[in-house]
Design a protein. Structure first.
Length: 155
């Protein structure tokens, strides 16, 4: 996701990040290099060097930091971002399980009732067009139980 613009507000202590889909808030408290009342943010610009997928901010002291769009999306609990992150983690686990499985790839494909091409798409961690259902089916074919665990986020 690309950032269209970013503005900062020292009174509200945060950035407003505009994308093609929404305006998102990101507080100073989540910055690696923190702003203070003695060292406020004086500049924030979209970073073209990382393909407009982040922004650079500068403090009055001259210190600079970068914030990637993933941190903004995670803070705002963007459903699409969270889904993609879950897909990524499930895919990596499926890759590990396929590598350790006694079943041949041909047998896995047959039990899934799919094509070899679709099977390899399922194992591609950069493919976000697959469904969680497909990955769950693959994990069940590999004799895995998948439980959804909900827990409090660490601070």
């Amino acid at each position: 996701m690309k950032i269209r613009s970013v503005t900062f507000n020292n009174r509200k202590k945060g950035f407003e990040v505009r994308t093609s889909k929404a305006a998102l808030w990101f507080p100073y408290a989540k910055l690696e290099i923190r702003s203070t009342s003695d060292d406020p943010v004086v500049r924030a610009v979209v970073d073209a060097e990382i393909g407009r997928e982040g922004f650079i901010y500068a403090l009055a002291s001259g210190k600079e930091g970068t914030v990637h769009i993933d941190r903004v999306l995670e803070y705002n609990q963007d459903p699409e971002y969270l889904r993609d992150r879950l897909l990524y983690r499930l895919t990596l686990e499926a890759q590990r399980r396929v590598a350790r499985s006694r079943l041949s790839r041909r047998e896995i494909i047959r039990r899934l009732g799919t094509s070899a091409t679709q099977f390899y798409r399922l194992l591609d961690q950069t493919n976000y067009r697959k469904s969680i259902d497909q990955l769950l089916s693959l994990l069940y074919v590999l004799d895995c139980d998948v439980d959804l665990v909900v827990r409090a986020k660490p601070d």
